[in-house]
Ligand binder design. Structure first.
Ligand SMILES: Cc1cc2nc3c(=O)[nH]c(=O)nc-3n(C[C@H](O)[C@H](O)[C@H](O)COP(=O)(O)OP(=O)(O)OC[C@H]3O[C@@H](n4cnc5c(N)ncnc54)[C@H](O)[C@@H]3O)c2cc1C
Length: 470
């Protein structure tokens, strides 16, 4: 993605104080926040209909200390949430960013609910791996599509300018690293240049760019990419060309539970409520409670690169709460068997191995000991007939590394100094998931998109107001 050297007398067709690249959750929330602070912004989106990875997600946003939690008797705090995030990533994330995100999380979720009508509620009934409290907030259907719909309505109601079919191809940057504008390209190949006083990169990571995935995530280079195809790593490439500090490029959100061949996300709640994953040999191969992100590579390493999610009627009934799961069920992904014998025959698994796997889980529940992978079982976890099974594979959902930012979402150079007017958030910025595939705590993606997005919009607006007052 080219950087155009500013200063050779280029003409911009229009000028807006703030340009935001990308209309996923990050870009839309940043625009709402800037508007709240009185700053006019235009959001530029390459697609005709903004969707982004946000619309493919479950739309679960973690936040600590919200009134939605209080209403359900959940006691939580930003400090607890920060501890959970850092424990999962091995304390590799910037603690100042983790603190800024966790402390702002409740305020941002409540602001979106109160001022912009996003119908959030607390997701109850299970904890994702690594979370010590129920703190996921989602809209009623539990889909990112619904979250995106709510944000697009909010943006329209707030009068934010959103230009679709407008792919940003160039940044105009002077010798000092100040951004003066962008060039966008329309689907017919025509180009327009827009001047700006500040720029927010909200165009996510590089998951849709196979070359960058092979370079930075070699273990997942053959994994199915299940994020938005428009996420081509443009922010990363611009940052690289400008000399920005790029961090944690090997970090990502994988997922070890994508139904095949239906390509539907099977909620990890299935595992957290007692389900297990078996390989083609009828054996478990991991601690399913370790984390669904690192599970992607573990599933891909099994014979055939696949696994069977195995669970029972109790778990099936609970999972029906999730629209993705209901869709998978309707599509025929969920298979049902009355006995281990029928399951072994139906899934072509060795019966003896299957019996041994079940006997081991029974013994673990009785002894309270952990298995070879570190998982324990309680008697409530034990699966009873009829059994359900779904064939799944591992997938790459999105990348978590990116441009290093400070707590105001301002982008840093490699020497630690700040670019004058460049901001990044969401998947474009370095996340809080450490440096690999195992540091991703569920919700880190939208935390960075929504909360850091709000911070970026607010701080860009604040900076521009100060500049114009000076
Ligand atoms: C299946 C799935 C499930 C997930 N579930 C969850 C979850 O429940 N909770 C959670 O926290 N996270 C989840 N995630 C991760 C989460 O979706 C992302 O972290 C988050 O949506 C990132 O938001 P964003 O706004 O940064 O990017 P996106 O939503 O991807 O938006 C980026 C936008 O930028 C546009 N764009 C890119 N380049 C350009 C350009 N050059 N010019 C103009 N526009 C451009 C793209 O078209 C896109 O619309 C999930 C991801 C997937 C794939």
């Amino acid at each position: 993605m080219p950087i155009v050297a500013f200063g050779s007398g280029e003409e911009f067709e229009a000028h807006v104080p703030l340009v935001i690249v990308g209309a996923g959750a990050c870009g839309l929330v940043a625009a709402l926040a800037a508007k709240q602070f009185g700053m006019e912004a235009v959001v530029l989106e390459r697609d005709a209909l903004p969707r982004g990875s946000t619309s493919m997600s479950q739309g679960f946003i973690p936040a600590a200390g919200t009134r939605f939690q209080e209403r359900r008797g959940v006691t939580d705090s930003p400090a607890l949430m920060a501890e959970d995030i850092q424990r999962k990533n091995g304390h590799q994330a910037d603690p100042a960013i983790v603190r800024a995100l966790t402390e702002a999380s409740a305020g941002v979720v409540e602001w979106l609910a109160d001022d912009h009508g996003v119908p959030f509620d607390l997701v109850e009934g299970f904890l994702y791996p690594g979370h010590s409290r129920m703190r996921m907030h989602a809209t009623p259907r539990r889909t990112g599509e619904e979250l995106m719909g709510s944000l697009l309505n909010a943006v329209e109601a707030a009068g934010v300018d959103l230009l679709t079919e407008a792919r940003v191809v160039d940044l105009h940057v002077d010798d000092g690293g100040r951004v003066h504008g962008v060039t966008l390209e329309r689907p017919d190949g025509s180009r327009e240049a827009i001047g700006c006083d500040a720029l927010i990169l909200a165009c996510n990571g590089y998951g849709g760019n196979p070359e960058l995935v092979a370079r930075h995530l070699p273990a997942l280079k053959d994994a199915l990419y299940f994020g938005h195809e428009g996420n081509q790593g443009d922010a990363l490439l611009w940052g690289e060309a400008m000399g920005a500090s790029l961090k944690d490029l090997g970090a990502c959100q994988g997922h070890g539970s994508l139904a095949m061949p239906h390509q539907t996300l099977i909620t990890w709640a299935v595992m957290m409520r007692g389900g297990v994953q078996l390989n083609r040999e009828g054996r478990r191969f991991s601690n399913e409670h370790g984390g669904y992100s690192e599970q992607a590579a573990k599933v891909l390493a099994q014979p055939g690169g696949m696994a069977w999610n195995l669970f029972d009627r109790r778990i099936h009934q609970a999972a029906l709460e999730f629209e993705d799961y209901r869709n998978a069920h309707i599509a025929g992904a969920v298979r049902t068997f009355d006995s281990l014998e029928a399951m072994a025959a139906g899934l072509e698994l060795p019966l003896e191995a299957l019996r041994e796997t079940f006997a081991e889980m029974q013994a673990l529940a009785e002894s309270g000991a952990a298995d070879a992978f570190g998982r324990t079982f309680s008697s409530e976890d034990l699966l009873t007939a009829p059994y359900h099974a779904i064939k799944v594979t591992g997938a790459l959902f999105h990348t978590q590394g990116g441009l290093e930012v400070n707590t105001q979402a301002r982008v840093l150079r490699q020497d630690g100094s700040l670019f004058a007017n460049l901001f990044a958030a969401g998947g474009a910025a370095r996340g809080v998931s450490g440096s690999g595939d195992s540091g991703y705590l569920s919700g880190n993606g939208l935390l960075s998109a929504v909360v850091l997005g709000a911070i970026a919009g607010r701080e860009a607006a604040r900076q521009l107001s100060c500049d114009s007052a000076a």
